[in-house]
Design a protein around this ligand. Sequence first.
Ligand code: DQA
Length: 157
Amino acid sequence: MNAKTKKKKSKPQPWRILIASGVNLDLLGMREPHLYGSQTLADMEALLQSEFGEIAELNFFQTNAEAEYLAALSQGWDGAVINPGAWTHTSLALADRLAGLKLPFVEVHLSNTAAREAIRHHSYTAPLAAGVVQGFGINSYALGLSGLLCHLSEVQS
Ligand code: DQA
C-alpha cells in the first residue's frame, strides 16, 4: 500500500445518545416547582452539553405526543436517557417499543416518584432499563447519562 492508498485510521465515533423528555416536560421551570424545581429543559440541555458534549453526541427531544416519542426512540441510537413523564405509569405501548428496539436506556425522573402518590410507584419502563435515577431535579438527567455511558462501555468491552 503506498501513501496515497493507505487507509486513514478511523477515529472512534462518539456514541449517539438521545435525551428524550415526554409529556408536560416542556413546562419545566414553571410547572409545580416544589416538585420539579425551577430549572428549565434548556438548563438541563446546557448542563449535559457542558459535562458530556465532548464524549457523546447528544440529541435532545421533547414532545407531548406519544406517537412522536415512540418514533424518536426508533432512530438507531446507541443509547437513550428517557424521562417519559406520566407515560412512565401508563404506557404499555412505550414499554413494548423499548423491548422491541432493544435500546440500552436509563430512566430518569426529576422527582422521587417512590415518595409520591401510589399511582406513580409503578413504572412500565423501569424493568427494561439499565438503571433508574430519580429525585435530583435536572441533575437526574446528568447522573442518568453518566450511568448510561458506563453501561455502554461495559457492554462494549
Ligand atoms: C416525572 C414524574 C412523573 O410521575 C410525572 O407524571 C411527570 C414528571 C418526573 O420527572 O419527576 O410528568 O417524570
